[in-house]
Design a protein around this ligand. Structure first.
Ligand SMILES: Nc1ncnc2c1ncn2[C@@H]1O[C@H](COP(=O)(O)OP(=O)(O)OP(=O)(O)O)[C@@H](O)[C@H]1O
Ligand SMILES: [Zn+2]
Length: 732
């Protein structure tokens, strides 16, 4: 079943016409003529384009839309494995679904151009077969004795082993006592050790793990591990990973924020004796190159990565896992906009292999697929080892307000004091980076705004900057109000995590307080060190944004306080309630994961909001049912479909004019409803003005055909850009 190629790969002879796809944002495949050497589909080749020479992939037979006389000739074929058939089909599928150009999607699959060039051969030295007359020294003798015992190895390594300088080895090569030979490069990734002891699974975990393992030989399927926080979902899917590896297959695990997954990596290494191949934006160029090649050759057996890992050229992919499948970080918004969870399912289907989705709070999309019988649910209702789920309660801020200028209610403060006094750890969660989200002038009311975006500047006091969270624009706080020139007149409004950390340091002077946000703890190493400090109880009170909410297991953490539970409900897009419920469930799930029971306090002005009620009553299913009902009635996802068009341009008149033309050409189809154009909530972003259309469609409508037909009628001109977002998750 494994991505077996049924038909022989089409081959092309010299003079044939072939289509070559280039990794360019706007491109489909172009026709070329095969040169002197035959080619096969999937080969990486160089081709001329204008005055440039580019690397592309042979995509299939030529389309014939260029005169034979004007065809240009393919250059050389690169010495690397061809792009696998499944990957090519995947590129075409993603392009068709997202309405992106195939070249833009191919670009994601060819993100490491250097990997297409074979690595330089590695040379080592060994004893010459016949020993010339040599001037012998003690150092030379040591080197030659060692060389006689060891396999060929790099000269520098031999010198180090012999305890001599590199010049001694170099001298021996020149004198003919040692000779240079090409040696095999040591593997970058070692095979996982499948003989290590695995944890003993509980009965419930065993049932789920057996189901995952059984699916490995039955082609494509989707199974959902729906298990409460701390139920051992990771241990369960590790069983399937081990079984897939034992069958000689590769495994892909997608995590929402790989750079912050130190604990996951540690657990993997403990279980399999080796590190997996990581794939994310923080890798060095050399590492990316090695990893890309090792995935293509099959040497990298397990890849753990962010969404872009979907586009690696797996040789024998046998299992895909999407952990925290509900997480919004799986949606890519810029460039090709795609949802990595959904595309993971597509990738698995094209490869004929199973996919596992894991979450304590599965998305409505996934739950609807379970209900429709498309996905299979594996339920883990209990925490591992008898740990109880935390006790969740609301702190009504109307009745127990914090003192003026502060953000922690007396109820929460007391709970933190009790926790710290018991020698346990507490966590305060606020999903807002920086010190304050808004800065205004006390004298005239002027608010500091980003010059390029419709957004307030957020004060980051630790960095001494005002920052736009949309475009990154950063400035020093001005001394005078730019409006009324008053001095020292700025006031910070509202809290970010930095401000909560300041308040905590003031209120709990004896506690070791630490702050974790993506801008204060940067990079995987800093994150790993931070997590170690919390796990080793070098920190008493942890304050963080959503990056502390995910997946961590801190046994001594027994209290979670949510500073502003209502935050995600503001602005209310389609998924605001669902998302808030997921996020707060995840944060709450960090409390009381080991022997000591946990509790969670939700500071809120709306203790009767359905999201708060569901959390307090532990009634996830009831909440989901009413949320689903509402979506079904409104014809919204997952029961109806949406696509967003974001039209942007440097000039508002030209933009509005274009939008009017686009609106006039909108499809007339009773199954489709086109809303807009309307100014986007972020009406200005990075200096570009923005308008939005929203297309609402019944599930039965052919949304893609309608969009394609519509957009082809009104090609954008004069710096205007139309971004298509099928299944949008953000509405700014
Ligand atoms: N069968 C088992 N034997 C030993 N330890 C286990 C077992 N199952 C789970 N654990 C441990 O319990 C803890 C919680 O498990 P895990 O992190 O896999 O849960 P989870 O369901 O992924 O939680 P979350 O959704 O909160 O991320 C981990 O420390 C894990 O090692
Ligand atoms: Zn900005």
């Amino acid at each position: 079943m494994l991505s077996a190629v049924a038909n022989p790969t089409p081959r092309f002879s010299p003079q044939d016409r072939v289509a070559v796809l280039l990794p360019l944002p706007l491109a489909g495949a172009y026709d070329y003529r095969v040169g002197e050497r035959p080619l096969a589909v999937g080969d990486f080749v160089t081709v001329p384009l204008g005055k440039r020479e580019l690397v592309g992939v042979v995509w299939g037979e030529g389309r014939g839309d260029v005169d034979a006389g004007r065809l240009r000739v393919v250059g050389e074929r690169l010495d690397c494995p061809p792009l696998p058939e499944v990957t090519r089909k995947f590129v075409d599928w993603v392009a068709a679904y997202t309405l992106a150009a195939p070249g833009a999607v191919l670009k994601m699959a060819m993100s490491v151009p250097d990997a297409l060039v074979p690595p330089k051969p590695l040379h080592g030295v060994r004893l010459a077969p016949t020993m010339p007359d040599l001037k012998m020294t003690a150092a030379r003798r040591r080197v030659l004795d060692l060389a006689a015992q060891l396999p060929p190895l790099p000269g520098a390594d031999l010198a180090r082993e012999a305890g001599v300088g590199p010049a001694v080895v170099k001298g021996l090569v020149e004198a003919g006592g040692l000779e240079m030979v090409e040696i095999a490069r040591p593997p970058f990734f070692h095979a996982p050790d499948l003989g290590r002891p695995a944890p003993i699974l509980s009965d419930g975990q065993r049932v789920a793990a057996d189901a995952l393992v059984a699916a490995l030989d039955s082609g494509f399927s989707v199974q959902v591990i729906d298990g409460v926080t701390g139920s051992g979902k990771t241990e369960v899917y590790f069983e399937a990973v081990a079984a897939a590896l034992a069958k000689g297959r590769q495994v892909l695990v997608l995590l929402p924020e790989i750079a912050l997954s130190a604990q996951w990596l540690k657990r993997f290494s403990a279980r399999f004796g080796v590190a997996p191949a990581e794939w994310h934006s923080e890798l060095s160029d050399a590492r990316r190159r090695e990893t890309w090649r090792a995935v293509a050759s099959g040497e990298a057996r397990v890849v753990v990565g962010a969404r872009s890992a979907l586009f690696l050229p797996y040789r024998t992919l046998g299992l895909v896992v999407v952990d925290e499948e509900h997480d919004g970080a799986f949606k890519q918004e810029d460039g090709v906009s795609y949802h990595a969870r959904d595309m993971a399912v597509v990738r698995a289907r094209l490869g004929g292999v199973p996919v596992v989705l894991a979450s304590a709070t599965p998305s409505l999309e996934t739950l609807a697929n379970i209900q429709a019988g498309r996905y299979v649910r594996l339920h883990l209702p209990d925490r591992h080892a008898g740990a109880a789920l935390p006790e969740i309660s609301a702190v009504d801020l109307r009745r127990f307000p914090p003192p003026r200028g502060m953000w922690l209610s007396p109820v929460l403060v007391q709970a933190i004091e009790e926790t710290l006094a018991a020698g346990e750890q507490a966590m305060l969660f606020l999903n807002r980076r920086g010190y304050a989200p808004l800065t205004l002038c006390r004298a005239c009311g002027h608010r500091l705004q980003c010059p390029h975006c419709t957004a307030w500047l957020v004060e980051h006091r630790l960095a001494g900057r005002l920052v736009c969270h949309h475009c990154g624009h950063a400035v020093r706080p001005p001394e005078k109000c730019p409006q009324c020139e008053a001095e020292d007149s700025f006031v910070a409004c509202g809290p970010g995590v930095e401000r909560i950390a300041e308040e905590a340091a003031h209120r709990f002077p004896g506690a070791r307080v630490a702050l974790m946000a993506s801008d204060t703890v940067t990079g995987p190493h800093a994150a790993a060190e931070f997590v170690r400090q919390v796990a080793d109880h070098e920190i008493d009170l942890l304050i963080g944004t959503q990056i502390v909410a995910k997946g961590y297991h801190f046994p001594m953490l027994t209290l979670v306080g949510v500073v502003d539970s209502d935050l995600g409900l503001e602005g209310g897009d389609l998924r605001a309630a669902e998302r808030t419920h997921q996020l707060l469930s995840q944060v709450a799930g960090r409390a009381g994961r080991a022997e000591r029971p946990g509790r969670v306090l939700l500071q809120t002005y709306q203790p009767d909001h359905p999201v708060m009620r569901a959390l307090i009553d532990g009634d996830r299913d009831g909440f989901i049912a009413s949320e689903a009902e509402f979506r079904r009635e409104a014809g919204m996802p997952p029961y109806g479909r949406l696509a967003a068009l974001v039209v942007s341009g440097p000039d508002t008149n030209a933009l509005d004019d274009f939008c009017r033309r686009l609106a006039r050409a909108a499809p007339h189809d009773p199954a489709l409803q086109v809303l807009g154009p309307a100014p986007a909530p972020l009406a200005l972003l990075r200096g570009r003005h923005r308008r939005r259309f929203l297309v609402k469609a019944a599930r039965s409508a052919n949304l893609h055909a309608a969009l394609r037909q519509w957009l082809s009628q009104v090609p954008p001109t004069g710096g205007i850009r139309v971004q298509v977002d099928v299944d949008p998750y953000s509405f700014f």
